[in-house]
Design a protein around this ligand. Sequence first.
Ligand code: ZN
Length: 306
Amino acid sequence: MCTHHDDPYKQYQAELIEAGLLIPSGVRGVYGRSGTFENIIDQFEGLVTREGAFQNAEVMRFPPIFPRAHYARIDHINNFPDLMGSVHSFLGGEKEHQAMLGKFEAKQDWTTELSPAEVMLVPAACYPLYPTATGTLGAQGRVVDLKTFVFRHEPSDDPARMQIFRQREFVRLGTPEQALSHRNDWLKRGQAILESVGLPVKKVLADDPFFGRGARMMKATQREQDLKYELVVPICKEDKPTAITSCNYHLDHFGISFDILQADGTPAHTACIGFGLERIALALLKTHGFDPARWPHEVRQRLAMA
Ligand code: ZN
């Protein structure tokens, strides 16, 4: 090991970079991934796909950007303004281009010449789904299988706190009972899946990192309503476990925002489980070592690596 840090986050980050598993970009929390790292994610996803096959979920893949108009219909800007990612581009003409180039060459702030594009970066894998689900659901509701990169602007040296990472989700849209049992069943099933690959996860009641003055109230309400659970496991620090999966019940929040209705005409309830794929890979590497060929046989079998 060529580096030593007192900070356990920087220590694990340095080890991952040294081993070539993560490729640093120069911006905190933004990395390339090695083939070994990607293969761990692929094999874990294969396991999730097999365990979720009974649902006959509709598979959908959305890009990591979604319409600004849809962003405007959720309350992300109220609750998480510090995490958002907005896409801007240059919409000017020749004259404005010259002005921007002047600033660029003078090493001034040229981004003041940019204008918002029609899209925002996706903050959670299930957000792009809801605007497409407007309408009335059948009695069975829907189960949707999603995966995309999500963006959160929180630069960090904790390798498990990336600015852009992938979530694999199963989302339920339907009645309150359908949504809640999806959340609760997947909480158990998710825990069993993670334990089966040797990760000693614990289930904890959780809250989201709400912003500003209302944060304490929002967190308390979320906890009182029993809406969010996380499956946590130590990655960098034994006494500060990291959430690698979350199970959320949104009540009729998205049903109201996007006019998604139950068969009886009332707003649909939704719930999701989201596997944090990079964090799961990091937890597996921490727990079993950096060479998947030498991981325990049962784990390799579960992941169809052996
Ligand atoms: Zn979700």
